[in-house]
Each structure stands twice: as structure tokens, then as C-alpha cells.
Design a protein around this ligand. Structure first.
Ligand SMILES: [Zn+2]
Length: 117
């Protein structure tokens, strides 16, 4: 559903937008006090916080406040470009989630492993 060539441009644009967002007061406030990883709920120091796209850019997500959460480096690395639902639910319902992704045309095994941020 997202053509690859188009992705290249979109990814560039959204990564630039993410960098800009990182400079905003919104993000600085978000990570300034009692920041927590959105996934493992670990408390993070400001410098441990990474910006994570809930729906990854390569999956069509945007660098908007609604699509960005705090993640620790470990979770960010583990998650990479998988859909958060896919990743969080993986241990319990992987076959189901897989089927759902296939049905939605979102499952693209192995072709886009570009790291975000
Ligand atoms: Zn974490």
C-alpha cells in the first residue's frame, strides 16, 4: 500500500520533522521530569529518552505529537519498524496478529529494516 520510492521521500521528510519536534518545548517538557519508557515503563533520565514513533514512518506513521512517545533505547531497538501492536502482542497472539497484518496488506517481511531516528 505504500510504494517504496514514495517511502524514501516521506521517510526523509518525517525524520526531519521528528528532529524538529525534538527541539520543541513539548518534547523537552515531556522528557524533563519523571519520564518513563512507554513500553517497559522504566523510569528514564533525560538523556536515556529516545523518541519513538508509535506507527513507524516506514509504515505510514507521521512525526506528530500524537504518534510520538518516549521509549528507552532497548525498547526502541527491539521495536524497530514493527507495528507496536504486532510487537506488544507478539508473545501471545503472533499468528493472529500476523494474519491480521496480511489481511490489511501491511505485512512486508524483511524488506525494510531501516532504523528510525
Ligand atoms: Zn523500555
Amino acid at each position: 500500500m505504500y510504494h517504496y520510492e514514495m517511502n524514501e521521500q516521506v521517510i526523509k521528510r518525517e525524520k526531519a520533522a521528528a528532529r524538529e519536534l525534538r527541539q520543541t518545548r513539548w518534547w523537552q517538557t515531556k522528557i524533563a521530569c519523571q519520564a518513563k519508557c512507554n513500553y517497559c515503563l522504566k523510569s528514564l533520565a533525560k538523556e536515556e529518552c529516545t523518541m519513538d514513533h508509535v506507527v513507524p514512518i516506514v509504515r505510514g506513521g507521521r512525526s506528530s505529537k500524537g504518534n510520538i512517545v518516549i521509549a528507552c533505547k532497548d525498547c526502541n531497538n527491539r521495536k524497530k519498524d514493527s507495528l507496536v501492536m504486532d510487537w506488544v502482542m507478539a508473545p501471545v497472539t503472533e499468528p493472529l496478529a500476523d494474519q491480521a497484518l496480511h489481511a490489511a496488506g501491511l505485512h512486508e517481511p524483511g524488506n525494510q529494516r531501516e532504523k528510525q531516528n
